[in-house]
Design a protein around this ligand. Structure first.
Ligand code: ATP
Ligand code: MG
Ligand code: MG
Length: 398
């Protein structure tokens, strides 16, 4: 057997943590780079020592010095977050220090949501109308000009460093006060605007591709967001003509990913419009929150398939193995861990509910602290279980 290749991961959050589980089962040595003592992934790995093949390095995943140190110890680098230093990854790869998957060019493109949208639009992938706010410090009039073109409401978005809706600000009017509130919220990041998509639901598809070009997608899921944060994900899709929609969503997701370089798993978010058309929202070049249910509900999890893809191992079946599944995010609320523990304890009374807590020490509003996956024999049974679990959610009354 060829010596096992060591995988380095930039980022030690919950996605990194969930990559450590299949890596352990498959005997894949992992090294994780992140700073801080308590990041979720670090809790599952010891610091590296001579006799240990897996572990973690302490340092920022944006630091050239630390990325190079990691690269020297690994055969393949990958990411669990796209906000990394793509330039350094590119030079590490060019110098032959280490392979990088997915390609640094893909990571760079996706880091900038405006560039990503422009690129996909140029490739003929349907997206919402969008427009750049060219000035770095946009004025009220800049926003008004865009509204003239895109209409109201619009979604103002930060081009970079955006996640969990923290770079999004919906704008309903062109009142000075509203524009100011939005611009203040978004701060001094470069911005663009999207026309509002009055979608009937949001769907997402995970697509995995290995270095040899083998591609597989998972069944589409319905994703339910509130204030731009994913709350619940349902698999398979519910409603009329779901078979056709599933096929269409998988095809669009596979098409979109075919325009990106490199191996690994990709999360593709889409809007389903009233006329049945799909618009692509954005792509994540890594495991994604809308694929967490694959751990319990599919033959191969998104995390295992990511590792298989970047290591040129055969991809695993993406088949859904339960009739009905849901994933519920456990979001932080007021600094106390009590509501999170209450949700966990309540979920443990529900047969088939699997709780994943990420080991984050501090609970903050909207922070992803964990998730719960429920599987069931029917959608009705799932709804019952879902109700029990959601009743213990801290913001259930809102
Ligand atoms: P993620 O955590 O998925 O990376 P993000 O911070 O990059 O999220 P987006 O995916 O751009 O943000 O948007 C988050 C959510 O906001 C979407 O899933 C959707 O519910 C809503 N949204 C985004 N863009 C639009 C739009 N143009 N029209 C209507 N709703 C939108
Ligand atoms: Mg995003
Ligand atoms: Mg998103």
């Amino acid at each position: 057997m060829a010596p096992q290749k060591t995988v380095g991961i930039l980022g030690g959050g919950q996605l990194g943590r969930m990559l450590t589980h299949p890596a352990a089962l498959l005997g894949i040595p992992l090294l994780i780079l992140d700073s801080g003592d308590y990041t979720p992934a670090k809790q599952t790995l010891l610091p590296p020592e001579e006799h240990l093949s897996s572990g973690h390095l302490d340092g920022p995943f944006t630091s050239e010095k630390h990325i190079r140190e990691l690269a020297k110890k690994c055969d393949i680098l990958t990411v669990e977050i796209e906000h990394v230093n793509a330039d350094v990854l590119e030079s590490v790869e060019k110098e032959g220090l280490c392979q990088v998957q997915p390609s640094p060019s893909t990571i760079r493109l996706i880091q900038d949501k405006y560039e990503q949208k422009k690129y996909l639009n140029d490739k003929g992938i349907p997206v919402a109308p969008f427009k750049e706010l060219s000035s770095l410090n946009p004025t009220e009039n800049d926003v008004k000009d865009i509204v003239k073109e895109l209409g109201l409401p619009i979604m103002l978005k930060a081009k970079t460093l955006a996640y969990d809706g923290r770079g999004n600000s919906p704008l309903q009017s062109i009142e000075s006060e509203d524009i100011k509130k939005s611009l203040d919220f978004l701060g001094d990041r470069p911005l663009y605007a999207e026309g509002w998509c009055p979608f009937i639901k949001e769907v997402a598809v995970m697509v995995v591709r290995n270095k040899e070009g083998q591609v597989k997608s998972y069944d589409a899921v319905e994703t339910i967001h509130r204030e731009s944060i994913l709350r619940v994900c349902l698999a398979p899709l519910r409603g009329d003509n779901v078979l056709g929609l599933n096929q269409k969503a998988r095809k669009l997701a596979e098409d979109a990913v075919s325009h990106l370089q490199g191996a690994g798993i990709f999360g593709v978010e889409m809007f389903l419009m009233e006329d049945g058309s799909l618009l692509l929202n954005e792509i994540a070049p890594r495991p994604h929150n809308s694929g967490h249910h694959t751990i319990e509900a599919c033959l191969t999890s998104q995390f295992e398939n990511h590792l298989r893809a970047i290591l040129s191992l055969p991809l695993g079946s993406t088949e859904l193995i339960v009739p009905s599944a849901a994933m519920i995010n456990i979001l932080g609320s007021n600094g106390s861990m009590e509501p999170i523990e209450k949700m966990r304890d309540n979920a443990l009374t529900v047969p088939g509910a699997k709780v994943h807590l990420y080991g984050k020490k501090e609970s903050r509003k909207g922070r992803k602290m964990g998730h719960i996956t429920i599987t069931a024999n029917s959608d009705n049974e799932l709804s019952e279980k879902l109700r029990t679990i959601l009743s213990a959610q801290p913001d259930a009354a809102e």
